[in-house]
Write a protein that binds this ligand. Structure first.
Ligand code: KG4
Ligand code: ZN
Length: 358
């Protein structure tokens, strides 16, 4: 079974072919970094136009690298949300047209499900597992019980962690995209040089909050002498911020492990957690990975983090979610909508005051 997957929900135009034996036959990702750099962030209209321009050649390349024609494909999957609606419409419309032309099923994929199921593509992880999903738009802890079955334990009350990395990087003059630049600067700094707040740490539950931490960095920057920041201040602030963010993620994830175990023990099947998994763009951060790996080890659980290229947005994760859904017969009609918002767990109680993105 071969599935073609298309991802256009943010600033990557991506297409990939994956098969049911967990093989990635091709995975082409074109990032639009240069298109958005002058604006210091992703501009939705610019993104949608770039997707329109690049998607067809990228899909052709993905098929050619896989050595397949559209006729060989068993299903066409595309991100149908959540994300920037213009881009999502470009991707879903193209996928529906190809599915219709080839007479193959169309699969409308939730982008977050793509991230959530990636560890099954890379490491064949069995359900149920605890997932920390950390990206530019999301910061959530979920029990992944099965395809389409997610239980959200906590989310952010304000910024997503990737968003906080991006904003702090911008404030430190590290440019865009912020996360990787901040991690590089942090490598030259001392994580203990600034005593930054650790929001919510030590409290019950597993909600997140990053805006106070971001503001604390901004206030320190504002107190510096006029003129550009020295590199040592930038590096020290980057390292201190990264350490505080890692502490917050580890603390909340620790609570979530206990909550997840309790929840699963109450279920009919009484299954135990199989792994702690981290996914999404921020999972590329080595400090954060190391902290989470240590937490899992203390807990006696395997720790799974997909390879860096499969943590950030890509087509393989969408194709794989397509494989998972297709083999369960969960196909979609050509009238499936593009959705700017689409929570993985629609029953999750909204967090008070949360600017929840899903
Ligand atoms: O999953 P992703 O590619 O796109 C979204 O769905 O948001 O995640 C992008 C986010 C950005 O906020 C980016 O700054 C962050 O992931 N990111 C990182 C690193 N690499 C990417 N954050 C911290 N450290 C990194 N190395
Ligand atoms: Zn993503």
């Amino acid at each position: 079974m071969y599935v073609l997957g298309i991802e256009t929900s943010c600033d990557e135009t991506a297409a990939a072919v994956v098969d049911a034996d967990r093989r990635i036959l091709s995975n082409i990702v074109l990032t639009q970094l240069e298109d958005h750099r002058p604006y210091g962030g992703v501009v939705p209209e610019v993104a949608a136009r770039a997707h329109l321009k690049h998607l067809t050649p990228i899909v052709r390349k993905a098929l050619a690298e896989a050595g397949l024609n559209l006729a060989d494909i068993d299903g066409v999957a595309a991100t149908a949300g959540p994300g920037l609606i213009g881009g999502v419409m470009v991707g879903t419309t193209a996928a529906k047209a190809m599915a219709f032309a080839a007479g193959k099923p169309f699969l409308a994929i939730n982008h977050l499900e793509g991230h959530a199921l990636t560890p099954r593509l890379t490491d064949d992880v069995a359900f149920p597992y605890l997932l920390l999903l950390v990206s530019g738009g999301h910061c959530q802890l979920l029990i992944v019980e099965g395809v389409g079955r997610y239980r959200r334990l906590g989310t952010t009350m304000d910024d997503a962690v990737g968003e906080a990395f991006d904003k702090v990087a911008k404030c430190l003059g590290l440019g865009y995209p912020g996360g990787p630049a901040l991690e590089r600067a942090a490598a030259d700094g001392d994580p203990e040089s600034y005593d930054l707040p650790r929001p919510l740490i030590g409290r019950a539950g597993c909600e997140f909050s990053f805006s106070g931490l971001k503001t604390a960095v901004r206030q320190i920057v504002d107190r510096q002498p006029p003129g550009p920041l020295t590199y040592s201040v930038v590096a020290d602030l980057a390292a201190s911020f990264q350490a505080a963010a890692a502490d917050a993620l580890a603390d909340r994830t620790g609570n979530a492990l206990a909550i997840a175990r309790k929840y699963l023990a109450q279920q009919e099947k009484g299954l135990g957690l199989t792994a702690l998994v981290v996914a999404g763009g921020v999972a590329a951060n080595r400090t954060i990975r190391t902290r989470l790996a240590a937490l899992a080890e203390t807990d006696g659980l395997p720790f799974v983090a997909p390879p860096l290229a499969l943590c950030t947005d890509n087509g393989a994760m969408i194709a794989w979610a397509g494989v998972e859904r297709l083999r369960l017969g969960l196909v979609d009609g050509l009238d499936a909508r593009a959705r700017p918002r689409w929570p993985l767990d629609p029953d999750a109680t909204p967090v008070a005051g949360a600017g929840v993105k899903a």
